[in-house]
Design a protein around this ligand. Structure first.
Ligand SMILES: *Cc1c(COP(=O)(O)O)cnc(C)c1O
Length: 233
């Protein structure tokens, strides 16, 4: 079952990429609210990168997966809003943090990234048009945050992450992806090492790929409906 879902989704990514005349993006499997067994099943089917929204929930799952032979080959991404008081745990428990949206977080993650690990991979999260969301910097703050991240030896600036405002209006979403792409291109002009544009989820990954996503974050289309959220932060 997990292998079928993964196969179908990879096919969907390939088709979207072919239609857009682009190379297929990497897949981040968003495993929030799913049990460790579901992550393991997908890892056994070949998936390596997993995304989680909450630091504690991810740590519990990572402990289970790290005890399996596949543990060392897995890559964990934090994609949820990060409170500064959790920055230490995030810097130790993840390989990537995609939700960096303010200077205080840059400094805290850099300070707490363990010295024996490779630099923490970081994306700037930008908020293009979602007034209801508390996450993400303003578009005019992206360059400043990118420069601060790039100046930290314990962090590796990798690119940009965006979650467009939920809307049934396909054109509006596509326009948000287009603006994200322009910001990403500008970031790459200033920082040539930048290689990751994280955008697109289960419902809109085709549009995101058409606008140049290099990594899509997919939950429900892989795992099915989310479970009730466990009572951890
Ligand atoms: C939950 C989540 C996803 C996955 O959404 P689906 O619609 O289930 O694919 C992607 N990105 C972020 C930031 C999320 O919180």
């Amino acid at each position: 079952m997990p292998a079928d879902a993964l196969h179908d989704l990879l096919q969907r990514l390939d088709n979207a990429a072919r239609d857009a005349g682009r190379t297929a993006p990497r897949l981040l499997a968003v495993s929030k609210t799913q049990p460790a067994e579901a992550v393991l099943a997908l890892a056994q089917a070949g998936q390596r990168a997993f995304g989680e929204n909450y630091v504690q929930e991810a740590a519990a799952k990572r402990a289970v997966l790290d005890a399996t032979p596949l543990g060392p080959s897995l890559e964990w991404h934090l994609i949820g809003h990060l409170q500064s008081n959790k920055a230490k745990d995030a810097a130790a428990g993840f390989d990537w943090v995609q939700s960096v949206d303010r200077p205080a977080l840059v400094a805290a993650l850099a300070r707490h990234r363990p010295a024996d690990r490779s630099p923490l991979n970081v994306l700037v999260q930008v908020n293009l048009d979602d007034e209801a969301s508390k996450s993400g910097c303003r578009p005019d703050e992206v360059a400043m945050l990118a420069a601060r991240i790039a100046a930290e030896p314990r962090l590796a600036l990798r690119g940009l992450m965006v979650i467009p405002a939920p809307t049934p209006d396909v054109e509006r979403r596509r326009d948000a992806f287009r603006r994200a792409r322009a910001l990403f291109d500008a970031m790459r002009d200033a920082h040539p090492q930048v290689d990751t544009l994280s955008m697109g989820m289960s419902d809109d990954l085709e549009q995101a790929i058409a606008e140049g996503a290099t990594l899509v974050r997919v939950g429900t289309a892989l795992f099915g409906a989310r479970r009730p959220r466990p009572a951890t932060g």
